[in-house]
Design a protein around this ligand. Structure first.
Ligand code: ZN
Length: 100
């Protein structure tokens, strides 16, 4: 598949490749990619570490006090979004496919 070869050859997009290692997996995904979701899967967007990297803001600090707000920090650690993180986990846990 040409797209797969191009996807593997591209040096950029390492964050996105973690979520979609193959083009086939991305094509099978039926998710509405909102701006926030695009930020999560690309690492580019309204994330303090990203904005700081491009000198749009003075510091990469998370509002919770952590010194470096990254996508991974928001997804797995930041206490300010704990409720938003727990809701989808609970919803998935209710399905008959959990644990996978
Ligand atoms: Zn935080």
């Amino acid at each position: 598949m040409t797209w797969q070869k191009e996807w593997e050859a591209i040096k950029k997009g390492s964050t996105t490749k973690e979520y979609f290692p193959t083009v086939a997996e991305k094509l099978q995904t039926r998710i509405n990619f909102t701006q926030n979701l695009k930020t999560i899967v690309t690492g580019h967007g309204n994330i303090k570490s990203y904005l700081h990297r491009f000198r749009c803001i003075d510091a990469p600090d998370c509002p919770c006090g952590n010194r470096n707000q990254t996508v991974e920090y928001i997804l797995f650690e930041c206490e300010t979004v704990e409720e938003e993180r727990e809701r989808p986990i609970a919803a998935v846990a209710k399905t008959d496919k959990w644990p996978i």
